[in-house]
Design a protein around this ligand. Sequence first.
Ligand code: SF4
Length: 377
Amino acid sequence: MSLSSHFTKRKVTKIIKDTASFNSEISNLNIKIEPNIDSIPISKITKPKRKRTIKHIKLETEDDTLSNNNINTPIPNNFFPIYNKIKEMRKLIITPVDLVGCIRIPLVLKYITQEYKKSPNLFKPLKIEDLPNIQSIIDKFKIENSNDRYQLLVTLMFSSQTKDEINFIVMQNLHLHYLRKGYENGLCMESIISTSESEIDSLIFQIGFHKRKSSYLLETTNYLINNYNSDIPNLIENLINLKGIGYKMGNLILQGAWNITTGISVDTHMVRLCNMFGWYTKDKNPENIRKYLESMLINHKEIWNEINPVLVGFGQSICTPTSRRCDLCLLSTINKKNNVICPAIDKRLLLRIKNGVDNNERKIRGDLANLIDYINS
Ligand code: SF4
């Protein structure tokens, strides 16, 4: 092994210098020491190899402390007027979160299993355009066993940085892949642990952070098999200890899988809307907004469960990040005090269309037909 490849020039110079200084100190003893670099064992001069570690990055924010519900935060004056109007609109529209949101996916997968087993060769994956069919499917099934709960955990793990529609396609394809391979339950713990990380990665490549999620999925699945008897925990403290699961997902898992409400789940639509309506304007940190909302609604716990789908669906279809539909939105109407309820209304759009609905071709997520009929009536 070449010495030069392990020895830096600076180290050699230092050894020579040290030897020279030592020689001068012992010069009166008539002994001379030569710098014998070759005598130094390679192990001492070889740079220690840096241990390669995979950094654990949470897909959600690291600040997963539980709520401080002791602080009673006042409810902003405009909270209920706005929230109730949004609920009114939500009854008239069907949005992606209502049909292909995470909580719906295990129900759709149950339907797929049933239909695939009837005629494996004829079965075709569902399309997003089949929305009315999906509604009737999800009405028939329930999340009721450990495999349904696991599928919910997987879809929630995949959902961060991924649109509901994409997550729906990926989950469906993954489930079908395992049914075709002969796994009776399709996507399940058994089928996942028999798959390599790289193969999982190639199966879920359409979702955000797919590489990291493949690794977390394998690790979490093994952990659940060994520590939770192939089921998922029913305590938020245990759920947020799983890799890839944070407080937001943990809350949704508890609600969907165990029917337990422990907090409010805040996603990007909720962050944007809470800021826009002036309910919380300090920052855009979902954890801070979650704690704020939980404290603000401490005496309205019936809202904890529903606020996420109510605001998320509204943010997906009416007040979207890129194209606000103020022409359709009931918050753009004048209230009894002659004020517009929404502080962020797009006045130029309303002036342009004056009354009625903007007929420009715009990409719409979901089904707004009933709301449009209501506005036009
Ligand atoms: S900005 Fe427009 S679409 Fe959004 S909430 Fe206000 S009125 Fe409704």
